[in-house]
Design a protein around this ligand. Structure first.
Ligand code: UDP
Ligand code: MG
Length: 311
């Protein structure tokens, strides 16, 4: 019997877990030709999430869990999920029921057709603000243009991965992770199923604007060196312009001697070049910071406790 692992990263999800458990049990019952594993990754929750998971496990041996030593963030929690998943394939899904378990059936059908990576494509984005929607669309367009990989808009982490993909992802152990990009990077045979993203079942989204912005930055910097090229290019243009400008001033000051006028030009130029230099330094800094972090070669996460299989 083929085994399917559901990888569910959880951070303070005590309210949604009972609802989620009910829904995934229904899905598992519907597809009883497979053996199921419900792998919860407790990402350092501060509420009773872990107790709830342990209670579920006491009654149901399909439930297994990894308890991380602290909150590492969803991206790293997913890697822990890949590491501990035992299935022939795994479905990554959120704990808040925004990823409807019903769709898993369609994913499994595609998997049986021979696809390795079946991603869920949102056709509605739930109750998200107009600003967030358009910002994220623009971001994907931009990132697609400047990086060498094809990133898809409206595609999140809800997907079914064949064992091949899981084993590939397990080898990508960078600690600054942008998993959405990694799925594209590893390749393999991909297809999609569409799903309607509902509202959060309970609790609140853990993402705020700044977290999203930093994830977006991660996406750009970890998949492309285009910002560095843009910085070089901008520097080059400025240097050229300043050569032309200085020739112009040299001639002007030789012909007409006018020492005081020109102060505005001077201050604007200084500020402009200064600003540009700071931006370029910042961009370089983003990359250097990542080199620094990766060069420490720290493990991506620590697990406190892990239980799987027979109770
Ligand atoms: N999550 C996590 N660690 C975190 C933040 C979130 O494991 O530090 C989990 C969370 O429990 C949920 C999933 O990641 O299962 C998606 O989080 P959320 O619903 O807050 O994000 P959104 O749906 O708003 O993008
Ligand atoms: Mg959510």
């Amino acid at each position: 019997m083929k085994k399917v692992s559901l990888i569910i990263p959880c951070y303070n999800e005590e309210q949604s877990l009972p609802l989620l458990y009910e829904a995934i049990c229904a899905t598992a019952a519907e597809h009883d030709a497979y053996e199921w594993e419900f792998l919860f990754v407790n990402d350092g929750s501060k509420d009773s999430t872990l107790e709830i998971i342990k209670n579920l496990r006491a009654d149901d041996k399909r439930v297994s869990f990894v308890d991380l030593s602290r909150n590492f963030g969803k991206e790293r929690a997913m890697l822990a999920g890949f590491d501990y998943a035992q299935g022939d394939c795994a479905v990554v899904m959120d704990a808040d029921l925004q990823h409807p378990p019903k769709v898993i059936g369609e994913m499994l059908a595609k998997w049986e057709e021979g696809y390795d990576d079946i991603y869920g494509k949102r056709i509605t984005r739930g109750k998200e603000s107009w600003l967030r929607k358009s910002l994220s669309l623009t971001f994907y367009k931009l990132l697609g243009k400047i990086s060498n990989i094809d990133l898809l808009p409206n595609v999140g982490d809800f997907r079914l991965l064949d064992r091949r993909c899981i084993d590939a992802l397990k080898q990508l152990r960078e600690s600054e992770r942008y998993t959405k990009g990694l799925y594209c990077w590893i390749g393999y045979k991909k297809t999609f199923v569409e799903f309607e993203q509902g509202e959060r079942a309970a609790g609140e989204s853990k993402w705020n604007f700044f977290k999203l912005l930093s994830l977006a930055m991660e996406g750009v910097v970890s998949f492309s060196t285009a910002p560095l090229k843009i910085a070089t290019f901008a520097g080059f243009i400025c240097a050229m312009a300043s050569i032309i400008y200085s020739v112009y001033f040299l001639i002007k000051s030789l012909v007409v001697t006018d020492p005081v006028a020109g102060f505005p030009t001077l201050i604007i130029t200084i500020l402009f070049i200064g600003g540009l230099q700071l931006i370029c330094l910042g961009i370089i800094g983003e990359y250097v910071g990542r080199i620094f972090n990766e060069s420490k070669r720290r493990p991506v996460y620590f697990a406190r406790e892990h239980e799987a299989g027979e109770v």
